[in-house]
Design a protein around this ligand. Structure first.
Ligand SMILES: Cc1cc2nc3c(=O)[nH]c(=O)nc-3n(C[C@H](O)[C@H](O)[C@H](O)COP(=O)(O)OP(=O)(O)OC[C@H]3O[C@@H](n4cnc5c(N)ncnc54)[C@H](O)[C@@H]3O)c2cc1C
Length: 436
């Protein structure tokens, strides 16, 4: 049995810890905050509730695998429901596209309704990622990438200089469809010319597997994982910032924390490695992707109608409105979260009004987070590393790091965006800890 110190109790740290405890390891989890969950947690104010970060996930199989391999199956504890429409895109020319998830046929019909012929254009773009997904899944996401074991096609794909901007231009003549393809990376603040073409696989995953949420918000996921850790006797220490990894004799032997040194055979870094001096030099060449401006709104009265969980208003600023699940506001009210990037993003409510969504008179409470405030709150960006060309993939740490005895997971180690990829990164970490 190894003694494992997990640094960070966001989704990445909790997912790794839950697997490791189940494998029989002695696990201590340390987090600087007063609650677990990191960005996958709940915010409350004046009777309103918001998911602080994630409101849905890709690849439900990742959560199902995590729950099964760390105790009880997910179905026993959590209702994971598919969102019929991924999001509604509203374009500057006044047209809109409500793009369904989990169905090629439904996507074709929706894109054809935008303009006849666009269905086929979108479907063949998405289909071009079928092989990409198989290569990524088997060579990079479900096992540690190694050029000795991975297929040459995967190595070529990872080494390709083609950017997502170029791939979308090539595959999609319609400008609006290019915005749809770019959306997951635009909203996370990446410059598309620095994002490798293979990262466009997200469109394939959304079409094939859909996006999923829970009726009570995504924070339930980390709450259940924390409860599972408590049940299995893991030592979870909150309000305990970790300041470094202690390396002796060329190997990690402990973490330095506000509680003093905590001994460990293996350290799992589930935070931004820039925060730990022993790891920081190895990630000096990359930068974090900064969160958007986030405005959590508590609303009442007659609101502008939003038919879907997520509405994207393309333009500058880019605005994303997420409607929180029923029950997130007192009777007759609603809870929305607005993400904003670009010109005028500092005041998302004003930016919404400029696009015809007048909510200011309906705001009864409001919780705003600047990008800097978000990064401070979670001790780094929950969006991980900013894409800056194909080298970014190599510059990320994880699951192994150059420091013997230190593994890495979380958004900064994950190959793609969001909980699904972080969940996969945590599964890799669990594979790397020596068996009992
Ligand atoms: C606004 C927003 C919306 C998002 N929406 C979605 C979505 O809809 N779907 C989706 O899949 N993903 C979404 N994401 C991404 C998702 O939040 C992340 O992928 C995920 O939460 C990352 O988890 P993590 O554990 O790596 O990091 P975090 O959630 O950032 O957790 C890091 C944890 O480490 C702790 N910590 C930091 N430094 C230290 C230290 N020195 N010592 C001890 N503890 C420390 C922090 O307190 C925190 O608890 C969104 C993110 C944001 C910001």
């Amino acid at each position: 049995m190894a003694r494992v110190a997990v640094v960070g109790a966001g989704f990445g740290g909790l997912a790794a810890a839950a697997r490791l405890v189940r494998l029989g390891h002695d696990v201590v989890v340390l987090d600087a905050a007063a609650v677990t969950g990191g960005a996958c947690s709940r915010l409350e104010q004046d009777g309103h509730r918001w998911d602080a970060g994630p409101t849905y996930t890709l690849l439900p199989a990742v959560l199902r695998d995590l729950f099964r391999k760390s105790g009880r199956p997910l179905e026993k504890e959590l209702d994971l429901v598919q969102l019929e429409v991924l999001r509604e895109h509203r374009f500057a020319d006044g047209t809109s596209l409500a793009l369904p998830g989990g169905s090629r046929g439904a996507q074709v019909r929706a894109a054809d309704a935008l303009s006849p012929g666009l269905g086929e254009q979108w479907a063949s773009y998405v289909a071009s990622y079928t092989e990409t997904w198989e290569l990524l899944r088997t060579d990079l996401l479900e096992r540690r990438w190694s050029p000795d074991v991975g297929r040459p096609e995967t190595a070529r794909m990872l080494a390709s200089r083609t950017s997502l901007r170029r791939a979308a231009r090539r595959g999609l003549r319609d400008r609006r469809l290019r915005l749809v393809a770019a959306h997951p990376y635009d909203v996370d603040g990446h410059d598309l010319s620095g994002v490798p073409a293979w990262a466009g696989v997200v469109a394939h995953l959304e079409q094939r597997f859909g996006t999923w949420t829970t009726p009570h918000g995504m924070a339930v996921v980390t709450e259940l994982l924390a409860a599972r850790l408590a049940e299995r006797g893991a030592d979870v220490r909150l309000r305990t910032p970790v300041t470094d990894v202690v390396v002796r004799g060329g190997r990690a032997v402990a973490v330095a924390s506000a509680d003093g040194e905590v001994d460990a055979d293996v350290v799992v870094c589930a935070i931004d490695p820039r925060r730990l001096p022993a790891l920081a030099p190895y990630v000096a060449a990359s930068q974090p992707a900064m969160p958007p401006v986030v405005s959590h709104l508590g609303l009442e009265g007659e609101l502008p109608p939003l038919a879907h969980h997520e509405t994207v208003l393309h333009g500058d600023p880019l605005l994303v409105v997420r409607v929180q699940p029923p029950g997130s506001a007192p009777d007759g009210g609603a809870a929305w979260t607005v993400l904003a990037r670009g010109r005028g993003a500092e005041d998302p409510v004003r930016a919404l009004a400029e696009r015809g969504l007048h909510v200011r008179p309906h705001v009864v409470t409001r919780l705003d987070l600047s990008p800097r405030a978000s990064a401070e709150r979670w001790g780094g960006s929950p969006l991980g590393v900013r894409w800056d060309g194909r080298a970014t993939q190599r510059q990320r740490l994880g699951p192994r790091t150059p420091v013997p005895g230190v593994l890495a997971t979380g958004a900064h180690a994950a190959a793609g965006p969001g909980l699904a990829f972080v969940g996969l990164a945590s599964a890799l970490v669990a594979q790397e800890v020596p068996a009992v």
